[in-house]
Design a protein around this ligand. Structure first.
Ligand code: SF4
Length: 325
């Protein structure tokens, strides 16, 4: 069987077993200093009819895999057959999770996105979760009614790149949102009933601005109180404005010990009921073992960081990774 549908180039680590549905292409902002993901590519909003065609093709593919599995005696192991064919989104034998791509699909007309999300549930009645990346600034611009419409259509979780809560650093990295906008965007998402995941980027302040980075980020997170706080490693990618700043000697990479001190300070300052998640990104290799709920596990998490700091004193590695080296 020949089915054809478009796939996005990126997804969050938590969506490894989700069906990836490309609703927009590229990024509506494309200016963050560290980001190389969609450089030189313009935002495109895909027509609703085209996206629905993709979803129908995905359904045909899922049905074909199920039929083959039953015919060949693997009926109770559809997921195994699907994985063997590279369809990780059918890992459970049915579609449970969808991730809507690319980087800020909520920018499209609210009615159009809601229509696509509803169509997903009609096509895959086993669906439990539909998630998307969202820029805080776009959340600020959407009305509460629009956000509610998306939530009621079945969009359940939003991943927001906060990166830092420090005002100066947000400007330097050209995130395109102030701390107040980050707070407002996050709160609006929560008020509309979304599960909210905020991503932060240790190391972004380098060796000079690490303390304000940690304190500012904790302050904004405390104001938002998202469901999840996720750390993702900063890579300095050649060709990005951050790499150019690094090459000019204007950005200093953190030591691993410095990075861990920064994460320690952040945890100390947090006063949230969120889950603090480190372990879902393979690149956070200096920080294993400090996941937890700061409201319940702060002492254990701080002890884990202290152990890592003691080990890091032996290391002369630098952070963040410079991927050109
Ligand atoms: S909003 Fe996301 S995808 Fe767009 S430039 Fe910033 S980090 Fe990259």
């Amino acid at each position: 069987m020949n089915v054809c549908y478009e796939q996005p180039p990126y997804r969050p680590p938590t969506e490894a077993y989700s069906l990836l549905v490309r609703v927009t292409r590229n990024c509506s902002w494309n200016r963050c200093e560290f980001c190389s993901m969609y450089k030189d590519a313009k935002l495109e909003l895909r027509p609703v009819a085209e996206v629905k065609e993709d979803i129908r093709a995905m359904k045909m593919e899922a049905d074909a895999i199920k039929e083959w599995a039953w015919k060949n005696g693997y009926g109770d192991r559809v997921g195994t057959v699907a994985r063997a064919n590279g369809l990780h989104w059918l890992n459970d034998g049915v579609v449970k999770h969808v991730f809507i791509a690319d980087s800020n699909s909520i920018i499209m007309k609210t009615e159009d996105l809601a229509e696509i999300v509803r169509f997903l549930y009609e096509t895959f009645p086993t669906l439990e979760r539909v998630t998307s990346y969202a820029r805080a600034k776009t959340l600020v611009k959407k009305t509460p009614e629009e956000l509610k419409m998306l939530r009621e259509a079945g969009l359940t979780r939003l991943h927001v790149g906060l990166e830092t809560g420090d005002e100066e650093l947000l400007k330097i990295i050209q995130k395109g949102a102030t701390p107040d906008e980050m707070i407002l965007g996050g709160r609006k998402a929560l008020q509309a009933g979304f599960e909210l995941s905020e991503y932060i980027m240790p190391g972004l302040g380098g060796q000079e601005k690490w303390e304000q980075h940690a304190r500012g980020t904790a302050r904004v997170l405390n104001e938002i109180n998202p469901h999840f706080i996720r750390l993702r490693t900063l890579f300095v990618v050649p060709g990005t404005p951050l790499a150019e700043r690094y090459e000019r000697g204007e950005f200093s990479r953190q030591t691993i010990e410095g990075l861990l001190k920064e994460v320690r300070l952040l945890i100390e300052e947090l006063s949230v009921s969120s889950d603090f998640v480190v372990s879902d990104h393979i690149a956070n290799r200096y920080m294993w073992g400090i996941d937890g709920k700061p409201s319940l596990d702060k002492e254990r998490m701080l002890k884990a960081v202290d152990d890592l700091i003691a080990a890091a004193k032996e290391s002369d590695e630098r952070y963040p990774v410079y991927s050109g080296l």
